[in-house]
Design a protein around this ligand. Structure first.
Ligand code: ATP
Ligand code: MG
Length: 749
């Protein structure tokens, strides 16, 4: 039958495994894990072994969930309604909406994204006069989220000293504030939902009866609490089908626990362990490089991947002089790929950190190449969009203090800091939300506050019965936001973003990342999750899915994203950029072997996204966070087989060839980024870049060096030439020294 065509035999075995059995599919990148998982769902339904309502599938992104639904509906004449396919956050949100009362939440609870959570924490610190230098908000945030991810409530964290006891108290204060305001942060979605299942037998049994098949993609990146959540749901005898790859575990820093894989084997008595070894995605050079790289990690579960697709093109490597030149190089390669007839959406630019996207955006934009950035400052995170959402949130739930504070005086309506402080005091005394305390503030400030509350109430009243896009439009108009940005100098971009909310709302209704909740007759019992009001659903979507709609959907655009965001995806051509020490591998991992291994897995993920063409780039100088750095080439280059690489620029140590040769090499290449004029020797002043030849050795700013007496150091600046050459070097232990290069016996690293 068509469904099972084109599967190799272990894939077929996995898809058609006895429905009573649990299974763990452990396999490398591109071996068909996601495909097998999707087909298994389709097969189970096609065989009549389960209805769409009996399936719970966890994917890594909402995008992946949508893709899965699309693939499945192409195979089977089923309606995805009533199916629970989504991310952990999305599924937990859905469960909490349906059982908000049992979970102790208002029906209109709002979700705090990372930035909202941070500002909520800052408010807690301020309200309780806690020193934010001693307890930096970000550290508090990490503490709270880590506790929640371990399933720990205030009072349960390990408070082994007074500092941690205090953190635990702050956690308590923060949670009390969230409860009062009816808001939940990301980690809370999962924890609440876990507690709900644990504590409410009726709810638990309902879902345990309902879900007969639980399928999990990217299992290696689940954290402990997610695993426990799955275990609870599976407690009624559901079969669990998990697929994963330990080599692609890249979220340890957020609590992901590869150990879940061995726990799974233990907890689900003897799951079938299925290995897939044929890679269908990448050409040989790409796959060989990935295999060689990851072999440098210890403690792997061990997998062998092969392909019969042939070697393909070698991997192209280029060194550029600056991040701007790197972007120019990528642009020109993209232009030739497109000229060869490739789709732009089949080309991805990957980077380690969001801040790197700017240079590429600039280059692509200037050349009028359509592109789409995932992540970064995403649509729903833009200031003006958040303002509009805050009005919508207040209309849903006026006790959401974060939203209240965001727009109470935006656009300005004469409500100053003093009034707000007064309001905050009253609210604290009464234990109410800010909204609930407005009537108690006297004077002119009080009157202005009252007008704001009236406005929100009026918006709620006026929009009753409107469709979601109409409602959004109405709020943009009558909140005063649109007029505000119309009048603002340079406000046109913001106005455009603001107006984008209307089509975003319309698209949301049309496609809805979550299926409509009106059941389809497949499930016998009426489900409690039938009606999430459109606005509440849209606001959840905005908080959970930020980033999925950055550019016009359907437009053929080059894809830009971090490597983390690229997990599970594939492209014909992939650019991995910024392959520099300190950036990738990230500097945080420099001293931590476990951190370095995670960086290497990240590189493995990046390489294995490519089907046909792979490009690797690094640059001699980079502006990052307002500073120019002069990094070394990433160590990962030394871990790739030379036979798979094609160097477009001379492989280092190209410095030894001298500036003229380098310049010639640049100019020969068709994208000819201009080399930075070497300041060394020319001006006699301390050079900020460039390099100096001393004897056989070449030195340059930013280079790591070793000195017999002073140990390890980095060159900060260079001066002079030949025997006159001097270097200013910062040594790790000995401080900064100025040394004569001709005499100093320095070893370049
Ligand atoms: P990752 O680890 O990156 O998530 P994966 O193991 O989930 O990868 P898939 O994305 O499912 O791999 O599959 C990789 C590619 O190989 C897809 O394009 C898929 O359609 C194709 N593929 C998988 N199995 C087969 C097969 N038996 N025949 C042909 N193509 C296949
Ligand atoms: Mg996959």
């Amino acid at each position: 039958m068509a469904l099972l065509d084109h599967l190799n035999s272990p894939q077929l075995a996995a898809v058609t495994l006895d429905p009573q059995h649990h299974a763990l599919v452990l396999a490398g990148a591109g071996s068909g894990k996601t495909r097998v998982l999707t087909l298994r769902m389709a097969w189970l339904m096609q065989q009549g072994l389960v209805g769409p309502g009996g399936i719970l599938a966890v994917t890594f992104t909402n995008k992946a969930a949508r893709e899965m639904v699309t693939r499945m509906t192409a195979l089977l004449p089923i309606s995805p309604r009533g199916m629970w396919i989504g991310t952990f956050h999305g599924l937990c949100n859905r469960m909490l909406r349906a059982h908000h009362r049992d979970a102790g939440l208002p029906s209109t609870f709002q979700i705090l994204d990372i930035a909202d959570q941070l500002s909520a924490i800052k408010r807690v610190l301020k309200a309780h006069q806690i020193d934010d230098e001693k307890y930096p908000p970000k550290q508090v945030q990490r503490f709270i989220n880590a506790a929640k991810e371990e399933g720990l409530r205030p009072g349960q964290t390990e408070a082994h000293d007074s500092f941690h006891r205090r953190l635990d108290e702050i956690y308590d204060l923060y949670q009390t504030q969230c409860n009062r305001e009816g808001v939940v942060d990301f980690a809370e979605l999962l924890l609440r939902s876990h507690e709900l299942l644990q504590q409410q037998a009726a709810v638990r049994e309902h879902y345990q009866r309902r879900f007969r098949h639980i399928l999990v993609d990217e299992f290696q990146d689940t954290n402990r609490l997610q695993y426990r959540w799955l275990k609870l749901l599976a407690g009624g005898g559901a079969s669990v089908f998990a697929v994963g790859d330990d080599d692609q575990s890249i979220y340890a820093f957020r609590g992901a626990n590869v150990g879940n894989m061995s726990e799974f084997e233990r907890d689900f008595a003897g799951p079938h362990l299925i290995r897939l070894e044929q890679n269908y995605r990448s050409f040989g050079h790409i796959l060989d490089s990935a295999n060689a790289l990851i072999a440098n990690n210890d403690g792997r579960l061990g997998k062998n991947l092969w392909t019969d697709r042939g070697e393909g093109e070698p991997i192209r490597v280029a060194e550029t002089v600056s991040d701007a030149a790197e972007a120019q190089w990528v642009l020109s390669e993209i232009q030739s790929l497109v000229a060869e007839g490739r789709l732009r959406r089949e080309i991805a630019i990957l980077y380690r950190s969001n801040a790197q996207s700017r240079a590429f955006e600039h280059a692509l934009f200037s050349a009028q190449v359509p592109y789409k950035v995932y992540g970064g400052l995403r649509f729903f995170e833009r200031q003006e969009v958040k303002h509009a959402l805050a009005y919508l949130r207040l209309m849903e739930n006026p006790h959401d203090d974060t939203a209240f504070l965001r727009v109470v005086n935006f656009p300005t309506r004469g409500i100053g800091a003093r009034t707000l402080e007064q309001l905050g005091d009253v609210a604290r005394e009464r234990g109410s939300s800010l909204y609930g305390a407005v009537a108690l503030v006297a004077g002119k400030g009080g009157a202005n506050l009252a007008r704001f509350v009236e406005l929100v109430d009026r918006l709620r009243f006026e929009t009753t019965g409107l469709t979601l896009p109409e409602l959004v439009d109405h709020v943009l108009q009558h909140s005063g936001l649109r007029q505000h940005y119309e009048q603002e100098k340079d406000g046109s971009d913001r106005l455009e973003n603001l107006d984008e909310l209307i089509p975003a709302a319309a698209a949301f209704i049309d496609e809805g990342p979550m299926p409509d909740f009106d059941g389809d007759g497949v499930i016998a019992e009426p489900l409690p999750d039938d009606a999430m009001p459109a606005l509440a659903a849209f606001l959840s979507h905005a908080a959970l899915e930020a980033g999925d709609n950055q550019a016009a959907d359907g437009q053929d655009a080059v894809q830009l994203m971090t490597i983390h965001a690229a997990k599970g995806l594939e492209f014909e051509a992939v650019f991995i950029t910024g392959l520099e020490e300190g950036l990738f591998p990230h500097e945080n991992s420099a001293v931590d072997p476990a951190g370095l291994e995670e960086e290497r897995r990240l590189m493995y993920v990046a390489i294995t996204r490519a089907r046909e063409r792979l490009y690797l780039g690094y640059t001699q100088s980079r502006m990052l966070h307002g500073q120019t750095r002069y990094p070394m080439r990433s160590r990962f280059f030394d871990e790739l087989p030379e036979s798979c690489l094609k160097w477009l620029t001379p492989r280092q140590p190209a410095w030894a060839q001298g500036a003229e040769a380098r310049r010639a090499a640049w100019e020969e290449s068709d994208w000819s980024p201009r080399p930075r004029a070497s300041a060394a020797g020319a001006s006699g002043g301390l050079a900020s870049a460039g390099g100096i030849m001393v004897g056989e050795q070449h030195f340059r700013v930013g280079q790591s060096v070793h000195h017999a007496r002073f140990g390890e150091g980095v060159i900060l600046a260079l001066q002079g030439s030949g025997t006159q050459a001097q270097a200013q070097i910062r040594f790790a232990d000995a401080g900064t020294k100025t040394l004569a290069l001709g005499v100093a016996k320095l070893e370049a690293r």
